[in-house]
Design a protein around this ligand. Structure first.
Ligand SMILES: Cc1cc2nc3c(=O)[nH]c(=O)nc-3n(C[C@H](O)[C@H](O)[C@H](O)COP(=O)(O)O)c2cc1C
Length: 203
């Protein structure tokens, strides 16, 4: 019996699927975002249309933006930037697993976005936000402004999870059916945008 990841690896080698990068937004020790990220990663693998990779910003470990040149020049001087550039460059679509800190997006995701420019361009992003009563909606609205500055297309169909903590049991995020349904709706739209925006990238 193959598990989800093994099956996914077999599919990856068989078909050239669109590359979906799932990016976390927080890096603090004991952060909860990774549980939500693991959950959406499994949903995205089961969805079957993407070659899925999870990028945990705590593991990627980018310092505060330390490149001397504007990212549009792509004259990167640091190894960490070159690696980050290569990972984002090969992506066809993103999911940002977004927390809300003080009614806005957490600094690590802004920092990771600021490092690059062309690598993000004309690619769609779905947002899975989590928080207290707001479900990360304020953070989502603010992040959309930043995404559009990078020519990332934020898809309207998002997943927002209020009181997300109540769905975490033994380090696993296990939400209600309605949240799972909204994830499928978002992935369906993400795939459509993904195909549409390929044309923009080839011109
Ligand atoms: C610095 C900080 C600010 C926060 N501000 C908000 C907020 O504005 N809205 C909200 O819903 N939750 C807020 N929270 C609670 C977070 O939703 C909760 O702690 C969540 O686990 C944070 O994501 P993380 O665990 O991935 O870091 C805040 C948490 C921290 C640490």
């Amino acid at each position: 019996m193959l598990d989800n990841d093994d099956n996914h690896l077999q599919l990856r080698s068989k078909y050239q699927m669109n590359k979906l990068k799932i990016i976390t937004s927080t890096t603090r020790p004991e952060r909860k975002g990774v549980f939500v990220a693991d959950w959406i990663k499994n949903i995205a693998i089961t969805f079957g249309k993407f070659d899925v990779e999870l990028l945990d910003l705590a593991v990627i470990n980018l310092p505060l933006m330390d490149e001397p040149n504007h990212p549009r020049l792509q004259q990167y001087t640091h190894e960490h930037t070159k690696k980050w550039s290569a990972i984002i460059n090969e992506a066809d679509a993103f999911i940002i697993v977004l927390s809300e800190y003080n009614f806005s997006f957490p600094a690590p995701i802004k920092n990771a976005l600021d490092y690059l420019l062309n690598e993000w361009k004309y690619k769609p992003a779905g947002i899975v936000s989590y928080g207290g009563i707001s479900g990360g909606l304020r953070s989502t609205q603010m992040l959309k402004q930043v995404l559009t500055a990078l020519s990332i297309m934020p898809v309207m169909e998002a997943v927002s999870i209020p009181f997300f903590n109540k769905y975490i049991k033994e380090d696993k995020f296990l939400p209600e059916e309605i949240v799972i349904k909204s994830a499928h709706v978002m992935l369906t739209e993400l795939e459509r945008w993904c195909e549409a925006l390929k044309t923009m990238r080839t011109k």
